[in-house]
Design a protein around this ligand. Structure first.
Ligand code: GLA
Length: 731
C-alpha cells in the first residue's frame, strides 16, 4: 500500500472513530426476550463482543462485569467473543465472515458504527447493529429479531459492498453466538431415507464439531439443520439450560460448534461456504437467511413449547389455521391406478369421513408415462390412458362426493426419460463433460435460472388455473444435487445459494397467487424440513416410514422443533400394530390415511370412521395446545405425550407401549404436566377400539395437583398397546 493511501485510510478511521462518543464506546446493547438476553458490548476499541448470553439480569449495567468473573486464561486475540468474527485481521479461530476485497486483500476488521431498535409491535422488535471495516468500504449489519413472549430470536446479517470493485464472500454466517458453561452437550440428529431424526448426544470437547450438509436441495438424507446444545450437563425435559436452533434455509448449511481455548462455546451458523463463494458487485448486498433459536433454563420441554408457539404465531404457513384430514393413494395403489380406481377411492374418502382425497405420484406423462419412478418427471400433462378426462374430472368427482381434491407434484425435478429433458437439457443441473449420476432415476432442474423458475411456477399455476377448486398440494423433492453445474450461471459457485433463492422466489409467487391452498412439504420422506421452507407450507411429511412403532420415535424427536399441527401423519399398512395403535399415533399431528378402505374389516372401518370424528373433536387441542413430553420411549418401555389447551380445561394424553418384553407397560403412574393444580379434572379413555376393561374410565375426578404430583396410570401394556385419554375440567 503506498504511503499516501495509508495516510488517507488512517484519517478515515480517525474521523470515523472520534465521531463515536465515550458512552457509545462502552455501551451494552441488551437484546432481550421475556427471560433471556444476548448482551452485546461495544468495546473501547469499538469492536462488538458478547458480554453475556443466557437468563437475563434485572440490571443491564451489570452485564459488563460478567467476563471479569472468568479466569480461564488469556484471549490473545481479544476477539474470541466477537459478535461477528471477521477473518484475516487479529482472529485466530473459526470466523463468521471471510471476504476477498476488490484488490485481492483478504483482511477484515469490523467496528461499531451505530445501533437501532425498531419495534414492529408490542411483542416483536428488530435490533440492527451496523459494523464497518476500518480499511475497506465494506459494511455488515447484524439483525436480531426478537419475539419477546416466545423467547425466540432470529438472527441474520446483511453484507454490503461499497467498494469500487467486486467483493467475494467466502464465508457469510448468519449468527455468531458465544455461550458460557462448564460443559457443552450437543444433541444432533442424523439418518437416512425412512430413518429420519436419529438423535445422538455427545459432549463437545476442545476444537470444532461441524454439522452440515452439501446435498444442495435437501438436508436430511444425512442430517437436518436442527440441533440443541445444553450448558453444563445434558438438559432434561424440565431442567437445564438448553438452546434449540436451526438455520432457516432449505439448502446447504453449516454449524460450527467450537469450544474455544477459554472453554466457551462459539456457535457459528449459516449457509455452508462449501463451493459457494459469492460475489458482490459494487453497491450490492447479501442478506443471509435467519438462524432461529430459543433458549430456556428450564429444560427442553419449555424450549420446544416456545418454539412451537413462535412457529404457529409467526412462521409456519397459516400456523393458527385449519387443516384437512385426508385419504392418500400412494401406499394403496403406488403408480397403478386409473379413473375408475380413483373414482372408487373418492367414494372411500367420503365413506371414511375425511375432508380430502390426495392423488399421489403417477398421474402425468404421455410420451414417457409415469408408471414407475424411471420416467415422466417433468411432463406435467395428465396421462391420457390413466386419466382420459383429466384432473378437472377428478376435482368435480370429488365435489360430487362432498370431499376436496389434492395432488402430488415434484416440480423441481426431471427424469432423463421425459420430453422436458429432451427439450431443455440446458435446464438440468449436470456437468457438461461428465457422466450423469442419478438419484431415484432423476436429476434436478436449475432453479437459479429465471426461465426454470417460470416453468416451475407455471406447473402450479396451470394446475390451479385449470382447476380453481384444487385444494391441496403435496410438493415433493426427492433428488440431491450431484455434478453441481449450471449452464445458466456465470459464477458456478453461486449455484447452491441461487438454487434455494430461486426456489423461494417460486414459492413466493405461488403463495402470493394461491394463499388459501394447503401445501405439504415432502422430500423423499422428511428430507427437507426447515423453517425457511415452512414459511410457505402448512405441514410437512415426516418420513416415508409410517410403521407406527418407528413413528412414535420419529415424531417424538421432530416434536422438539415443530408443532404438532405441522406434522402430516398417515395411517398405513406399515408395521405389525393394530389399526387403533396406528391411528392413535397418526392423530398426534395432522391425521391422514393411506390404506385401502374397501379392504378394511367392518369393525376396522367402523373404528376408523369413529376415529375421524373423535379426532375432529380434539384436533384443536393437539394443533394449538401446549405439548408436554411425559415419557421418552428411549428411556421407558412406553411413550407418553400430552397436549393442553390454553385455558387448561382440556387436554389429551397419548400413551404407547414401545417394548414387547414380558410384563412391559406403565407400571407406575405417569405424571401429567401443564394442568392447573387448582382445577379438578375427569379422565376418560377415548378412541377405544372396543369396550375394554378400563371402558370409559371411572367417575373419579382428580385435582391438577394430584395428576401432576402423583400422576395417572393409563394402564398401557401388551394388551392395551395404545391408550388415548381425554382430560377435561370437571365442572
Ligand atoms: C416420495 C414421497 C412419498 C411418495 C413418493 C411418490 O418418496 O416421500 O410419500 O409421494 O415420493 O413417488
Amino acid at each position: 500500500m503506498n504511503v499516501c493511501r495509508s495516510k488517507k485510510l488512517l484519517s478515515v478511521l480517525f474521523t470515523f472513530s472520534v465521531s463515536i462518543s465515550f458512552a457509545q464506546r462502552n455501551q451494552i446493547i441488551p437484546i432481550e426476550t421475556q427471560h433471556n438476553v444476548i448482551a452485546l458490548q461495544v468495546g473501547n476499541d469499538l469492536r462488538v463482543s458478547t458480554a453475556y448470553f443466557g437468563t437475563k439480569l434485572k440490571d443491564t449495567s451489570e452485564y459488563r462485569f460478567v467476563r471479569q468473573m472468568y479466569r480461564r486464561g488469556d484471549d490473545y486475540s481479544g476477539i474470541l467473543n466477537s459478535a461477528y468474527t471477521p477473518a484475516g485481521s487479529r482472529n485466530l479461530v473459526e470466523p463468521a465472515i471471510e471476504v476477498r476485497h476488490a484488490n485481492g486483500n483478504t483482511s477484515l476488521d469490523l467496528y461499531f458504527v451505530s445501533s437501532a431498535v425498531e419495534k414492529t409491535d408490542a411483542n416483536v422488535s428488530v435490533t440492527n447493529i451496523l459494523l464497518r471495516d476500518s480499511a475497506y468500504a465494506l459494511e455488515v449489519s447484524l439483525f436480531f429479531k426478537v419475539y419477546y413472549k416466545e423467547d425466540v430470536v432470529e438472527q441474520w446479517t446483511v453484507i454490503r459492498n461499497k467498494e469500487k470493485g467486486n467483493v467475494t464472500l467466502q464465508k457469510y454466517a448468519s449468527a455468531n453466538l458465544y455461550l458460557t458453561g462448564d460443559q457443552y452437550w450437543l444433541k444432533q440428529f442424523h439418518g437416512d431415507w425412512a430413518k429420519e431424526m436419529q438423535p445422538e448426544v455427545t459432549r463437545l470437547t476442545a476444537g470444532i464439531k461441524v454439522l452440515d450438509t452439501k446435498l444442495g436441495t435437501r438436508a436430511h438424507l444425512y442430517q437436518p439443520p436442527t440441533f440443541m446444545v445444553s450448558l453444563d450437563k445434558p438438559a432434561t425435559e424440565d431442567e437445564g439450560k438448553v438452546l434449540l436452533g436451526q438455520l432457516e434455509w432449505s439448502g446447504n448449511f453449516k454449524v460450527d460448534l467450537e469450544v474455544d481455548p477459554l472453554n466457551n462455546l462459539r456457535l457459528i451458523a449459516g449457509i455452508n461456504p462449501f463451493a459457494s463463494e459469492y460475489t458482490l458487485k459494487p453497491n450490492q448486498q447479501f442478506e443471509t437467511p435467519a438462524f432461529v433459536f430459543t433458549f430456556s433454563d428450564k429444560g427442553t420441554g419449555e424450549a420446544s413449547r416456545n418454539l412451537h408457539r413462535w412457529a404457529r404465531n409467526y412462521k409456519l404457513y397459516d400456523g393458527k389455521g385449519d387443516r384437512m384430514t385426508l385419504l392418500n393413494n400412494w401406499e394403496a395403489t403406488f403408480f397403478n391406478f386409473d379413473e375408475p380406481i380413483l373414482a372408487g377411492l373418492l367414494k372411500d374418502t367420503k365413506k371414511l369421513g375425511v375432508d380430502l382425497f390426495l392423488l399421489d405420484d403417477g398421474w402425468f406423462g404421455n410420451n414417457y408415462p409415469r408408471n414407475n419412478d424411471r420416467a415422466g418427471l417433468g411432463d406435467w400433462q395428465e396421462n391420457v390412458k390413466k386419466l382420459p378426462h383429466g384432473v378437472g374430472f377428478l376435482v368435480r368427482e370429488a365435489e360430487n362426493n362432498g370431499v376436496k381434491f389434492g395432488i402430488w407434484v415434484e416440480p423441481e425435478m426431471v427424469n432423463p426419460k421425459s420430453d422436458l429433458y429432451l427439450k431443455h437439457p440446458e435446464w438440468v443441473i449436470k456437468q457438461p463433460n461428465r457422466q450423469e449420476h442419478l438419484y431415484r432415476n432423476q436429476l434436478v432442474l436449475d432453479l437459479s435460472n429465471p426461465k426454470v423458475q417460470n416453468f416451475v411456477f407455471g406447473i402450479l399455476d396451470t394446475l390451479f388455473t385449470k382447476n380453481p377448486n384444487l385444494a391441496f398440494i403435496k410438493w415433493d423433492c426427492n433428488a440431491v444435487i450431484y455434478n453441481a453445474y449450471s449452464s445458466f450461471l456465470e459464477k458456478q459457485s453461486h449455484l447452491y445459494v441461487d438454487y434455494v433463492k430461486g426456489l423461494y422466489n417460486v414459492l413466493d409467487r405461488v403463495r402470493a397467487k394461491y394463499p388459501k391452498v394447503e401445501m405439504m412439504l415432502c422430500s423423499g420422506g422428511g428430507g427437507r424440513v426447515d423453517y425457511g421452507a415452512l414459511k410457505y407450507f402448512n405441514e410437512f411429511w415426516l418420513s416415508d416410514n409410517t410403521d407406527p412403532l418407528e413413528r412414535v420415535f420419529i415424531q417424538y424427536e421432530y416434536s422438539y422443533f415443530y408443532p404438532a399441527i405441522s406434522h402430516s401423519n398417515h395411517v398405513t399398512d406399515w408395521g405389525k400394530q393394530p389399526l387403533k395403535y396406528r391411528t392413535d399415533v397418526a392423530m398426534m399431528g395432522k391425521l391422514g390415511f393411506d390404506i385401502v378402505v374397501s379392504k378394511l374389516s367392518p369393525k376396522d372401518l367402523e373404528f376408523a370412521q369413529k376415529a375421524v370424528k373423535t379426532y375432529d373433536s380434539i384436533k384443536t387441542i393437539i394443533w394449538q395446545g401446549d405439548m408436554y413430553r411425559l415419557a421418552d420411549p428411549r428411556e421407558n418401555p412406553y411413550a407418553s405425550v400430552m397436549y393442553v389447551n390454553e385455558l387448561k380445561d382440556k387436554a389429551v394424553m397419548f400413551n404407547y407401549i414401545t417394548s414387547n418384553r414380558y410384563g412391559a407397560g406403565s407400571l407406575s403412574p405417569i405424571k401429567l404436566k401443564g394442568l392447573d393444580p387448582a382445577k379438578k379434572y375427569k379422565i376418560r379413555e377415548i378412541n377405544i377400539y372396543q369396550e375394554s376393561r378400563f371402558g370409559n374410565g371411572s367417575n373419579n375426578s382428580y385435582s391438577g395437583d394430584y395428576l401432576m404430583t402423583v400422576g395417572y396410570n393409563p394402564g398401557v401394556n401388551s394388551n392395551r398397546m395404545s391408550v388415548v385419554l381425554q382430560i377435561e375440567e370437571a365442572k
